[in-house]
Ligand binder design. Structure first.
Ligand SMILES: [Zn+2]
Length: 162
């Protein structure tokens, strides 16, 4: 079957920057399994997948606004140096988990002075064009329950709280 709205699609993927350095791939985290047409995937990628079938490969370049958004200076915050007293070997470029009002976010240490540390909550690929390579592994019709929930139920059950 071909990919259309309300299909469950499984993809091998590789996410790269323009220098083709791999940031993330299904080799590490396993394939992407998503419900097509419900905004789970980047819209530009979803669009080119329509009508594709098992075994087909695609490679595309996404502009920042189609991928991780523009870089936002507002997402950089200065925090007193003492707040990082327990972090060993604090270095610029280090990725940390920071607790915010709406949960835990991955942040990057942007700069360090004796008094303060600037952390950056932008996605590391924000403001950058990226390359995505995907291969369609499987396509199936979603169940009515999956469609009404708007996500895939792997192994036949809903693992989410509704
Ligand atoms: Zn569900």
């Amino acid at each position: 079957m071909k990919i259309e709205k309300d299909c469950v699609v499984e993809l091998d993927y590789k996410l790269m920057d323009l220098e083709e350095q791999t940031w993330e791939s299904s080799d590490e985290g396993g394939p992407w399994v998503y419900l097509h047409g419900h905004g789970e995937l980047m819209p530009a990628l979803e669009k080119v997948l329509i009508g594709k079938g098992i075994g087909q490969k695609l490679k595309l370049e996404l502009q920042p606004e189609e991928a991780y958004g523009q870089y936002e200076d507002d997402l950089c915050t200065q925090v007193p140096r003492e707040a990082f007293a327990e972090v060993k070997n604090l270095t610029e470029g280090m990725r940390l988990a920071a607790e915010g009002q709406d949960g835990v976010h991955a942040v990057t240490v942007k700069s360090i002075t004796d008094e303060s540390v600037t952390i950056d909550a932008n996605h590391p690929l924000a403001g950058q064009a990226v390359k995505v390579e995907v291969k369609v592994l499987s396509v199936r019709e979603a169940s009515e329950e999956e469609i009404s929930h708007g996500h895939v139920h792997q192994h036949g059950s809903c693992s989410h709280n509704h």
